[in-house]
Every structure is written in structure tokens, then in C-alpha cells.
Design a protein around this ligand. Structure first.
Ligand code: AMP
Length: 457
């Protein structure tokens, strides 16, 4: 368990004796910082957004005020709904709530997909006070009328970053529409992402933000530097150049902020380095992800490309380099990323690539750390690519679908020097077509079916 440093004691909390006894039985002596800070906010009924990682004691942080507020009732329709992204978390959170409720008479039921729905329907028929659920199964249970959400007073969404990364936005929207409008929303996320930000703006009313601050002091044994790079494909040229030094760059974790960039980067790196490179993000199957991580851990692959959210549960040691292929727009994510290297007394190195557009994000990181990241001059022998990603192209840019040749000519010569077998994917319109086909429409707030369409891809 991380970060249990706090001044207060549980005796300062206005909670029932039953809750005090349960906490005593669990052997918890002091509240963790998130428990300390969230208690009065949640008890006051305000919406709350908590930025805290697993291991900070966040389950008790939201359950303590909720349980304190939850009066005994004979009604069968649940009053508290906790949404979590995975079956494992349903089981874990349900078990935790049962422990906290040891001396109370709450009825807690956990429901999740991938198992027969009938037995869950039967269990729900006996009534419940608190439901812990994954979004998809919850929605199915509501549609089958086994569960009614009209009495929900408090909604907790836990690990919302993972939930959105797994493509649950569509299901969340559906569930929100079924919930009473007058309710308290409580949300926890380990990382801030653009998707999380959009969700908060769409559904929360003036939430109180509580952040278990990531320390802005990086470990001394992590050496940091940065490169100013004009665009995505030049970043790839630079990365390939660095990775060619196999002895120095022997275990490299490359961070990108989203799946699209991860796929795009992986495709080019794979052409260059073959089996030495793997990618993990939430669109990959669980088996593929497990295998990729295992191979990286056993040093069978040298380079692992990952998104912020996916990297969280990773237990990987001895990483020689963390490469921030893009500059995280939330500075805390940078701290999480670089903390993956330099573990256990080992020296680690972190590199940050930033474009002009990412400069303010880099400055925000420097402000958080209260230090400037030393800059390394961009190596002169590396090709500056003129090729732009769809996002980098100016808005009024009209790609000429017939004139592939002229597009190809604008790429850096680094790409022309590739082996013949690589040319077909890496160069020109075909690659762009594959990508634009895969991501046919931009993800917009209004496009409710986006996640539905992409979930099964
Ligand atoms: P969580 O972040 O909710 O997954 O909690 C992580 C672990 O910390 C769980 O095993 C909890 O039982 C435990 N825990 C929660 N609160 C405290 C506390 N105040 N003191 C010690 N352990 C705690």
C-alpha cells in the first residue's frame, strides 16, 4: 500500500460506532490522505473528482461517508451504484464494502459480465442497497428489468480512466440517462486524460477536485533530458536513431498518450526492429497484452510501446530508458511515466520529445518539478520529415488521393532508404488509408455510437 502519511486519526471522523469497529477490526490506524480529504466533501453531498491511484485507500475513502449516510431501509431498489471497469474489481470492491459493513446490515451485490445473467437476476430479486457493477452487465440487467435505478442517490465511478480507455463511454452515457437527475456523482481516476476531462465537463456539476498530489520531485537517480522535434514522423526518425544503439537502449518503455499514436508508432518501429518491439493498449486482447509484458519482462523484446492508462498495472523493473514520445498534457502523467525507470537504486534515463505545440505542456511539467529539463540538441544527421499525421495537417489541407507520388516525395529521405519489403506499408497513401479507414470518424462528443462501433474491432 502506498502513501499512508497523514496527521488525523479515524476518531476525528463523525462516523457511527459500527464503522469505527469495522475499521478497528481491519487494523487501520490512520486515514490515508484521500480518506482524509474526501470524507467531508462526499458527506456534504457535493460532486467530487478524486485523482488517486489504486493502493491509496480510495475504496474506503468513498465508502466511509456513503455508509455513514446510508440509513437502514427495507426498500428493494438500490440507493448506491459503484461502477468499475473489470470483473476483478467488482469482486474486490464488493469484498471491501462487505468488510467495512461488518456491523451494518447493508445488502451489497456485485454484478459483472461474462457469466450467466440468470443467477444475478435472481440474487437481485431479493433487493439490494449497494450495487457494484461493470457498465455492460448493469445495463443488461436494467433492460431485462431485473434491476431498477430510480432510487440511486449516489453514483461512484471508479478507475474512470481505464473505463474510458476500454471504450465504455457509450455504456456510461446509457446508464447516466437511466439514473435520477438528482444524485451525487463521485469519480476516481488514477490519471487525468482528455477523455476523463470531457466526461467531467459533460456530467458533473461544479465538482470538488481532490488530487493526491504526485510528488513533483523526481528521483535523483533518473537523468532527464528533452529534444525539441518538429513533428511525429521526425520523432520516429529520432527514436529509431537512438534505438539503433542496442547496448545502451536495452529495455525501453515508450509512452504515447493514445491508442492511435501507439499503433502508428508501433507499425513503423516493427518494420525497423521486428520482434524486438511490442505494443500494449486496451484494443489489444488480454492474452496479447499479457504475452507482450511477459516478453518484455524476460528481455525477449527490447522496446515496449504503451499508453498511460495501460502502463499502470505494469510491474517491470530494470527499464533502461523511458521515452516520452509525446508530452503529456497533464504533468502528473509525466511523473508517473518517468517513475518507471530508475527503480530499486538503479540509474534510469528519461527522454522527452516535444513539438512546438507541446511546449506549454513541457513547461507545465517543469513548473511541477521546479526544474528545467536539460535539452539535447537535435542531431544534425537525422532527417527532418515533412510528412504530417492527420492531426498535424492544417485544417484546410486537402490530401490528393490520386497524387501519391508527389506526397511520397515530401517525406524525408530516411523513409526512402528503407528496405524494399518495408516500403509498401510505411510509405505513401496506403498507410494513411489504412489508418483513416480504421479511425473513420473523429471521436466527438456527439458521436454516441463511436465506442459501440469500435468496441468490437
Ligand atoms: P484501495 O486503494 O482502496 O484499493 O486500498 C488499498 C489497500 O489499502 C486495501 O487493501 C485496503 O484494505 C488498505 N487500506 C485502506 N485504507 C487503509 C488505511 N487507512 N490504513 C491501512 N490500510 C488501508
Amino acid at each position: 500500500m502506498q502513501q499512508i502519511i497523514t496527521m488525523d486519526s479515524f476518531t476525528d471522523f463523525t462516523i457511527s460506532n459500527q464503522l469505527h469497529y469495522a475499521i478497528e477490526d481491519l487494523g487501520f490506524e490512520k486515514p490515508t490522505p484521500i480518506q482524509d480529504q474526501a470524507f467531508s466533501v462526499i458527506l456534504s453531498g457535493k460532486d467530487m473528482v478524486g485523482i488517486a491511484q489504486t493502493g491509496t485507500g480510495k475504496t474506503l475513502a468513498y465508502m466511509l461517508p456513503i455508509l455513514q449516510d446510508l440509513k437502514f431501509s427495507k426498500q428493494n431498489t438500490p440507493r448506491v451504484l459503484v461502477l468499475v471497469p473489470t470483473r476483478e474489481l467488482v469482486l474486490q470492491v464488493t469484498k471491501e464494502i462487505e468488510k467495512f459493513s461488518k456491523y451494518l446490515s447493508n445488502r451489497v451485490i456485485g454484478v459483472y459480465g461474462g457469466v450467466n445473467i440468470n443467477s444475478q437476476q435472481q440474487t437481485l430479486a431479493h433487493g439490494a442497497d449497494i450495487i457494484v457493477a461493470t457498465p455492460g452487465r448493469l445495463y443488461d440487467l436494467v433492460l431485462s428489468r431485473a434491476l431498477k435505478l430510480k432510487s440511486i442517490k449516489k453514483l461512484v465511478i471508479d478507475e474512470v480512466d481505464v473505463m474510458l480507455d476500454l471504450g465504455f463511454r457509450f455504456q456510461l452515457n446509457n446508464i447516466f440517462e437511466l439514473l435520477p437527475e438528482r444524485r451525487q456523482n463521485i469519480m476516481f481516476s488514477a490519471t487525468m486524460t482528455d477523455d476523463v476531462d470531457v466526461l467531467i465537463n459533460d456530467f458533473f456539476k461544479g465538482p470538488k477536485n481532490i488530487s493526491i498530489a504526485v510528488s513533483g520531485t523526481p528521483l535523483d537517480n533518473i537523468s532527464q533530458s528533452c529534444y525539441s522535434v518538429p513533428n511525429f514522423y521526425t520523432k520516429i526518425n529520432l527514436l529509431i536513431h537512438l534505438l539503433n544503439d542496442k547496448d545502451l537502449y536495452n529495455k525501453v518503455l515508450v509512452f504515447v498518450s493514445n491508442k492511435r499514436s501507439a499503433d502508428r508508432l508501433f507499425q513503423v518501429l516493427e518494420e525497423e526492429f521486428g520482434f524486438q518491439v511490442a505494443v500494449i493498449h486496451s484494443n489489444k486482447t488480454q492474452n496479447y497484452r499479457i504475452r507482450s509484458i511477459e516478453n518484455f519482462n524476460k528481455n525477449k523484446t527490447r522496446i515496449l510501446v504503451t499508453t498511460d492508462v495501460m502502463s499502470r498495472g505494469l510491474h517491470i523493473d530494470q527499464i533502461s530508458h523511458v521515452v516520452n514520445f509525446d508530452t503529456p498534457s497533464f504533468p502528473e502523467n509525466y511523473m508517473h511515466r518517468i517513475g518507471r525507470t530508475g527503480r530499486a537504486e538503479k540509474e534510469g534515463t528519461s527522454l522527452l520529445f516535444y513539438t512546438e505545440k507541446e511546449q506549454p505542456a513541457k513547461e507545465a511539467i517543469e513548473e511541477l518539478m521546479n526544474m528545467e529539463i536539460p535539452e539535447i540538441e537535435f542531431p544534425v544527421d537525422i532527417e527532418i520529415s515533412k510528412r504530417l499525421t492527420i492531426e498535424e495537417q492544417p485544417k484546410d489541407y486537402e490530401p490528393s488521393s490520386t497524387n501519391h507520388k508527389s506526397r511520397d516525395e515530401s517525406f524525408g529521405s530516411g523513409f526512402h532508404e528503407k528496405k524494399d519489403k518495408n516500403k509498401k506499408v510505411n510509405l505513401g497513401g496506403s498507410y494513411k488509408r489504412t489508418i483513416s479507414k480504421k479511425y473513420s470518424k473523429p471521436k466527438t462528443r456527439g458521436d454516441k455510437n463511436y465506442n459501440k462501433r469500435n468496441k468490437n474491432k
